[in-house]
Design a protein around this ligand. Structure first.
Ligand SMILES: [Zn+2]
Length: 215
């Protein structure tokens, strides 16, 4: 079996997302590009994550053609492909319907910079991508237009959230801290005082993170 390591990683992080309560049932999907750039491993459609074995995980090429794997790729494959094809700096995409991120997506409201971990993982405010049908290339294109050349996260209107990064570990960290930020923002909003971190402070912390220094 080829590319065992990335296939195992996709299963490991699917289970971790489930354990953290970021995905439920068989919803959500993960993709990870191989280091040689030849294939993308992606979660299969409709199979409970705890039943997956590495050879279940489909490997697809750049055009989305399955080159190995026993199961059918996630229905969100076109979205993952679109992002990974055009953003060569990214190797992994995580899509979930995590509760509080989805609340913001339903409110159609950008998630402001509210928590320190959110900033430290390189994310400030997160924009909402206008609604497109799930499972379409159009959804991927709409996400790309919001991410631009450097963005790593987006909310999908009335749908969920996308986190993308140069590694699966990093994408997971973004997904986890964004959900925390959305939860904090929601409660602050509900309590009547949603005060985002000042832009100047966000810029300064972002600069520190980019330079590799500790705060
Ligand atoms: Zn979805």
């Amino acid at each position: 079996m080829e590319y065992t390591e990335i296939r195992e990683k996709v299963i490991q992080y699917s289970l971790q997302l489930q354990k953290a309560g970021l995905i439920r049932g068989t919803s959500g999907n993960i993709s990870l590009r191989s280091k040689d750039g030849k294939v993308i491993a992606i979660t299969p459609t409709g199979i409970p994550y705890d039943l997956l074995t590495p050879d279940d995980i489909p490997l697809v090429d750049d055009a989305g053609i399955v080159v190995d794997g026993r199961k059918k790729p996630s229905s969100e494959l076109p979205m993952h492909l679109e992002i990974l094809r055009f953003r060569k700096d990214l190797a992994s995409v995580i899509h979930t319907h995590s509760l509080f991120c989805t609340v913001f997506a339903v409110m159609n409201r950008d998630l402001p910079a509210v928590t320190i971990p959110q900033i430290l993982c390189g994310i400030s405010s997160v924009k909402v991508v206008p609604f497109e049908f799930p499972g379409t290339q159009k959804l991927g294109q709409a996400i790309l237009s919001v991410l631009g050349e450097r963005g790593r996260a987006a909310l999908l209107q009335n749908h969920g959230v996308v986190a993308a990064a140069p590694s699966l570990e990093y994408a997971y960290t973004i997904a986890e801290y964004l959900e925390e930020a959305a939860q904090v923002a929601y409660y602050a909003y509900a309590a009547g005082a949603l005060n985002p971190i000042a832009q100047e402070a966000v810029d300064k912390m972002t600069e520190f993170v980019a330079s590799g220094k500790n705060l």
